[in-house]
Ligand binder design. Structure first.
Ligand SMILES: NC(=O)c1ccc[n+]([C@@H]2O[C@H](COP(=O)([O-])OP(=O)(O)OC[C@H]3O[C@@H](n4cnc5c(N)ncnc54)[C@H](OP(=O)(O)O)[C@@H]3O)[C@@H](O)[C@H]2O)c1
Length: 285
């Protein structure tokens, strides 16, 4: 598997498997399938309520812990130095491991500076091999990168052919964080699987539109974590390294960028209320 080197020297796979909206009871089966297909990086979050499923799948797989790359995100209701630190210990327990390869702050809400200090502590203790952020827009990212002791290593953002994050990537490059895409298939938005450009290029390279979309991102040095509950699609999304999109064709895909989200605007103030209500509805994590 192709890897990218983070700013602390850690090698991270460029392709992984995400489990957002994978039901807790379905998660173990999905992660088992993904590991069988060949994925070695799994992305989950406290707020997905399926950490135990990831833990059960990897421990039963027989794959050595050092051959896996486990990613987790701390939820907004666990923000703050003490609460976040305690939640890291709880998550390690749920995922049956004594360290995580990457921990991210899920959202730029609540006391995220306190959360960052908790992650710095766990990082120094060896419980986290890398730490980073998710959904921090450039202004918030540059702010935190300037005021913390340990520079964030990764930024996970909505990134796909229709929202290529060109502006934010300039700031990430300047301060040294690696971009990681969530929603690399745009969660199916804008009829991505039938997009004319992607379908045409698919015919040329003998690949599907999904494979072209994912290969494009990895050629842009963007980490991707496509999600599917179907094993055949997991395999389809995994088989993207046996061809290369030409320079001219990369330009054609770059032209699909709309510069805006196809899914959600995390800057809307209503999101803060939504997150609190989400946890009330689903329970503490
Ligand atoms: N940091 C954040 O705030 C954040 C937000 C969202 C997601 N994420 C992470 O990013 C991961 C991926 O993003 P995502 O799940 O939102 O969206 P995504 O991977 O862009 O798209 C998933 C959707 O595409 C379908 N799909 C997958 N492969 C396909 C294929 N080859 N052909 C046709 N349909 C296909 C899936 O359906 P089926 O399952 O039915 O196949 C599912 O509906 C998540 O699982 C999660 O780990 C993070």
């Amino acid at each position: 598997m192709q890897t990218v080197k983070l700013n602390n020297g850690l090698e991270m796979p460029i392709l992984g498997y995400g489990v957002y909206l994978v039901e807790p009871k379905e998660c173990e089966r999905c992660v088992t399938d993904a590991l069988e297909v060949g994925y070695r990086m799994i992305d989950t979050a406290q707020a997905y309520y399926n950490e135990e499923g990831v833990g059960a799948a990897w421990t039963k797989s027989g794959i050595k812990r050092e051959d896996l790359f486990l990613v987790l995100k701390i939820w907004v209701t666990n923000a703050g130095e003490k609460k976040a630190y305690d939640s890291i210990l709880k998550s390690l327990d749920k995922m049956q491991t004594d360290y995580l390869d990457l921990m991210l702050i899920h959202q730029c809400y609540n006391d995220y500076y306190g959360t960052w200090r908790a992650m710095e502590r766990a990082y120094k203790e060896g419980k986290l091999k890398a730490i980073g952020l998710s959904n921090f827009m450039p202004d918030r990212y540059v702010d935190i990168a300037n005021w913390v002791e340990i520079n964030p290593m990764v930024m996970q953002l909505e990134t796909h052919v229709f929202f290529q994050q060109k502006y934010e990537r300039e700031w990430l490059d300047k301060y040294g964080a690696q971009i990681m895409s969530w929603g690399p298939l745009a969660q199916g938005a804008n009829k991505i699987f039938n997009n004319e450009t992607l379908v045409e290029l698919g015919k040329k390279y003998n690949k599907t539109a999904a494979q072209i979309a994912l290969r494009f991102l990895t050629q842009e040095n963007i980490i991707v974590i496509p999600k599917s509950t179907h094993k055949d699609r997991m395999a389809e999304n995994f088989n993207i390294f046996d061809f290369e999109i030409s320079k001219d064709d990369m330009e054609k895909i770059r032209a699909l960028d709309t510069g805006k989200s196809a899914i959600v605007d995390f800057r809307a103030p209503e999101m803060s209320e939504f997150f609190v209500n989400y946890t009330k509805e689903h329970g503490e994590v």
